[in-house]
Design a protein around this ligand. Structure first.
Ligand SMILES: [Zn+2]
Ligand SMILES: [Zn+2]
Length: 453
């Protein structure tokens, strides 16, 4: 018997945790934390600490009570007894936390299978932001890449690359005793590496799957009717920069390397140097062997912004040892202030303070280039108001440029029709029922219920 059991990603975007059981083999597809995790009970500093373990989460039923998966340490103050794990492996599709975020809870003896790039990105990110990128302790970490064939008991698992808003994303083809089960992870067809998603579709199709577990982020309520591509984003950046008379500031993340490259190319095109913070410098510098990105230390188009610290004279002692590596590329607020129309700076919400020192001149702009959710959702109202107040104070025009990391409805339907699975199981979507509008053989997953395939 082959079964699936869903402990997350059901009727919500993210938090995927899918148990696949076939004969005596048990594997998990992703082990994520949903975006809304804990928001009903925790607020700002009212949040669980590591020392609490799983007790707090069990109290509010936020984490499923599954035997034989969690670590001794995490179960310490709970009424669940520690049991030796009976899971053969956890397969992580990519390095977004809605796919790996609950890994710190699991027992360290369970083998963790993760793409080579995703592993390195988590390692580098953990060093920079230990509080956000703690993915737990694992005795057996096995990295994979496309072309690998992984054996787990009688199961054969093929990871196949897909295009998404972070490099190193995978879908999986799992060959079970009943036939192939395909899992998309997160994917898109309109991105710069659409060819990778096509490879995945072709391989999945050939496997003649009995079931397709598919993401459906943009199924329904699609706020991007036009399927904006990364090329469109680059063109917008370019257009904005052409018109900007002062400083160009953009809120984006380098973890979305395609987005960073769009920004970089537009800046170079407009003879502006790209200003990044030390963390972004470290991230790019340590991942450059895996991705196509500029060499921070040697690229003449890149400057690294050093914040004012205690000594107030940019003394090397003020900075972390890893930051000092980039001092040769240093730019400070003083230089920035004088050359605003020759610079394009990456700046996050939490670094807005720097504007006080840089003092944006007339004609400076702020480009918002992250998920639209922040600009529209009710939950972010307070933060959004603060951002708008800052921009008003500095008289900076707010502009937008974004393309989704997920396939739109048409592409989703195309992917499903191409793969031709016997059953379609929608996850990672707020509207699983909408799949029925387009397809006959849709099976609704239910939280914590066993689904026979
Ligand atoms: Zn996701
Ligand atoms: Zn993702």
């Amino acid at each position: 018997m082959t079964t699936l059991r869903f402990y997350g990603g059901v009727g919500e975007i993210g938090g995927n945790k899918i148990l696949l059981k076939d004969k005596n083999a048990k594997i998990y597809l992703d082990f994520g934390q949903s975006f809304s995790f804990g928001e009903d009970f925790f607020y700002e500093w009212l949040a669980p600490r590591t020392a609490n373990g799983l007790e707090v989460y069990f109290e509010f039923d936020l984490v499923p009570k599954i035997e034989g998966i969690y670590s001794k340490e995490m179960l310490r103050f709970t009424n669940m007894k520690y049991k030796k794990p009976n899971i053969d492996g956890i397969f992580i599709s990519h390095a977004h936390s809605d796919h790996w975020g609950h890994l710190p809870f699991v027992d360290e003896s369970i083998p963790l299978y993760i793409g080579e790039f995703a592993y390195n990105m988590l390692e580098v990110s953990k060093k920079l932001y230990p509080q956000f990128f703690n993915y737990g302790k694992h005795e057996k970490i096995k990295t994979f890449k496309t072309g690998d064939v992984i054996k787990v008991k009688h199961l054969t698992i093929e990871p196949v690359h897909v295009d998404h808003s972070i490099p190193g994303a995978y879908g999986f083809i799992i060959h079970t005793s009943k036939g192939a089960v395909v899992y998309t992870g997160d994917l898109r067809l309109h991105g710069p590496k659409a060819g990778m998603t096509k490879d995945f579709i072709n391989k999945a199709k050939k496997a003649k799957p009995i079931a397709l577990i598919t993401e459906g982020t943009r199924m329904g309520n699609d706020n991007m009717p036009k399927n904006a591509t990364e090329k469109d984003v680059m063109e917008k950046f370019d257009e904005y920069m052409k018109k900007a008379k002062g400083l160009v500031v953009a809120n984006l993340t380098a973890r979305n390397i395609d987005r960073f490259m769009s920004f970089y190319k537009a800046a170079v095109n407009n003879k502006r140097k790209v200003v990044i913070d030390t963390r972004t410098a470290y991230l790019l510098d340590n991942l450059k062997q895996y991705i196509n990105c500029p060499d921070v230390k040697n690229d003449p188009n890149i400057k690294v912004y050093f914040r004012l610290k205690k000594s107030r004279d940019f003394d090397e002692k003020d900075y972390f040892v890893w930051e000092r590596d980039y001092m040769g590329k240093m730019i400070t607020f003083k230089e920035m202030s004088k050359n605003q129309n020759k610079l394009a700076m990456m700046l996050s919400f939490y670094s807005l303070m720097e504007l006080i020192y840089i003092k944006p001149v007339n004609g400076s702009i702020f480009i918002y280039s992250l998920s639209e959710h922040f600009l529209e959702g009710e939950d972010n109202e307070e933060q959004r108001t603060v951002l708008m107040n800052w921009l008003k104070h500095f008289d900076m025009k707010m502009l937008k440029a974004h393309a989704s990391g997920h396939a739109n409805i048409n592409d989703l339907n195309y992917i499903i029709k191409e793969i031709k699975p016997k059953k379609i199981i929608p996850v990672h979507t707020q509207h699983p029922e909408l799949f029925k509008k387009y397809h006959k053989n849709v099976v609704m997953p239910k939280y914590d219920k066993v689904l026979r395939i």
